[in-house]
Design a protein around this ligand. Structure first.
Ligand code: KIV
Ligand code: ZN
Length: 528
């Protein structure tokens, strides 16, 4: 693509200097929410990913919550080498003892003690007076200090706490030994301007402010978590608490990938940056989605499927001339292999010509004019025109006839808790391959069987089925995106049976890989 050099992310050439610490709480605030729980193995895998990503502090869990949480924190603490591992504890002796024990083998350890400070929480949740909350805070920090390398103190519901009282509690926590003071917007209530004012005020009124790091922890109830976190950074916060994909209580926590990329793209504006290895952002997001079974919305900033995809003709034309026209960061900066120009009914001649050229079918103007109406007709019928469709159009063939693999037979059966599938395939070189596999359901089973038969692993990034037509004539269209060799490959298939449609979609991807990367496909087959 032309003009790759200008990404548009250089706000005036000032150097970003200050380090904003990234405190990841995916495995604590994120994991404790409905739909996102993970077992111990999954937590460890995610923790290792977060260390590779370069988070400064990783909140691994709340050891007093359950023996399993304790074991998960202990295992993560023992395994991670460079990242500070943090354990959460209420301002209670038992919690802090558990946190200390869980962190015993950590290379770098932090205990995060918290207590509610707002009037509503003091009265209805804790039944404690201001003085009792203050005393409990000091005692907790003093106890934690002896059990780990560093102590963080959080005033839960800080943003709805009387500012003078909050400053008094923070001053006492700092005097007792806390080196990070966290002011959570627990219920996502403040606006960016207010949160900036609050941090500025706290930094001016907390005694010992110059010796501590102020931290923001924002929830997304009004959709302001990232904006609020960045406003806090603008007002001097030097730690931000966030989660991958923004998972967390209710509407979630601030999304780590959004904060990190805002700091990177607009570093000169903030005068600060994180130390995150941004090309690991997309892999971390994908891993979390896989481990929790919760897909990332297409339009999610930074890591959603549409974040670097363009379909409209006007945008595609602009992108082909200069990528800075519609992209302010490079997909590679967040770990996505390349920009996708999705070919669909909104696309124009320029993108069609460019894609056909990449696929090895350069067309002159007359040939393009002849093909364009057929492309538009196909795009009207289906959501997206894949590379397979384009090659078939260019060669005047049916996509399924392109091969080299063809589906000869498919059988599935479902049973309680799973399904099995068997496939028979024919290859253009004369081979036949018959394989069977079991899976969570018939779709999973048929994908596994095709992987075995073709020797081509399918790392599925996206799978959707939609109905075409209505009533007795309705057909299912399966749309599949799989990753291979740091690229996304797209395929679709149509049939009256959605499992068969899926098989065609999968074969279209396998075929495409084999036609365009035959060596990789052969190597994959040899390894299976
Ligand atoms: O949202 C919150 O207040 C919290 C605290 C425990 C830090 O998660
Ligand atoms: Zn929280």
């Amino acid at each position: 693509m032309a003009n790759q050099q200008h990404s548009g992310h250089d706000d005036g050439g000032k150097t970003a200097v200050d380090h904003v610490r990234i405190f990841d709480t995916t495995l604590r605030d994120g994991e404790q929410t409905p739909g996102f729980s993970m077992d111990r193995r999954a937590k460890l895998r995610m923790a290792q990913m977060l260390e590779a990503l370069g988070v400064d502090v990783l909140e691994a869990g709340f050891p007093q919550a359950s023996p399993d949480d304790f074991a998960a924190v202990a295992q993560i603490a023992e395994t991670l080498k460079t990242t500070t591992v943090c354990a959460l504890a209420r301002c209670q002796r038992g919690d802090i003892e558990s946190a200390g024990r869980a962190l015993e083998k950590a290379h770098h350890s932090r205990i995060h003690v918290f207590i509610s400070t707002s009037p509503l929480h003091r009265e209805f949740k804790l039944g404690m007076s201001k003085q009792q909350v203050l005393d409990a805070s000091i005692a907790a920090v003093e106890q934690a200090r002896g059990l780990c390398d560093e102590v963080e103190f959080s005033a839960e519901d800080a943003t709805r706490t009387e500012p003078e009282y909050l400053a008094e509690v923070f001053s006492a926590a700092a005097a007792a030994g806390a080196t990070t003071l966290n002011a959570p917007d627990t219920v996502g209530y403040l606006t960016p301007t207010e949160i900036a004012e609050r941090f500025t005020w706290l930094r001016a009124h907390v005694k010992g402010a110059e010796n501590v790091v102020f931290s923001a922890h924002c929830h997304d109830d009004l959709g302001l978590a990232v904006a609020n976190s960045l406003a806090a950074v603008g007002a001097g916060a030097r730690q931000v608490e966030c989660t991958i994909n923004g998972i967390g209580e209710r509407a979630g926590n601030a999304a780590l990938e959004e904060i990190v990329m805002a700091l990177k793209v607009r570093g000169a504006w903030f005068g600060a940056d994180s130390r995150i290895r941004t090309p690991q952002l997309y892999p971390a997001s994908r891993l979390l989605a896989q481990l929790t079974g919760q897909p990332v919305p297409r339009n999610k900033a930074i890591v959603g499927a549409n974040a670097f995809a363009h379909e409209s003709g006007i945008h595609q034309h602009g992108m082909l001339k200069h990528r800075g026209t519609y992209e302010i960061m490079r997909p590679q900066d967040v770990g996505i292999a390349e920009t996708t120009l999705v070919l669909g009914k909104h696309s124009g001649r320029a993108a069609l010509r460019q894609r056909l050229e990449v696929l090895g079918h350069p067309l002159d103007d007359a040939a393009l004019d002849a093909l364009f109406p057929r492309f538009k007709a196909l795009a009207d019928q289906q959501r997206e025109v894949t590379d397979d469709d384009l090659e078939a159009l260019a060669l005047g063939k049916e996509p399924r006839a392109l091969g080299p693999w063809h589906l000869v037979q498919l059988d599935t059966s479902t049973h309680l808790g799973g399904a099995s599938a068997s496939v028979k395939l024919r290859h253009d070189d004369g081979r036949t391959a018959a394989e069977a596999a079991i899976g969570d359901g018939p779709v999973d089973a048929v994908l596994r069987a095709i992987e075995r038969a073709t020797g081509q692993p399918l790392d599925v990034a996206e799978f959707q089925v939609r109905a075409i037509g209505a009533g007795g004539d309705a057909r299912g269209q399966a749309h599949l995106v799989a990753r291979h060799d740091a690229r996304e490959w797209r395929g679709h298939g149509t049939s009256t049976d959605i499992v068969e449609a899926t098989a065609h979609a999968a074969l279209s991807i396998v075929n495409h890989i084999e036609r365009h990367a035959p060596h990789a496909a052969a190597a994959a087959a040899a390894n299976l």
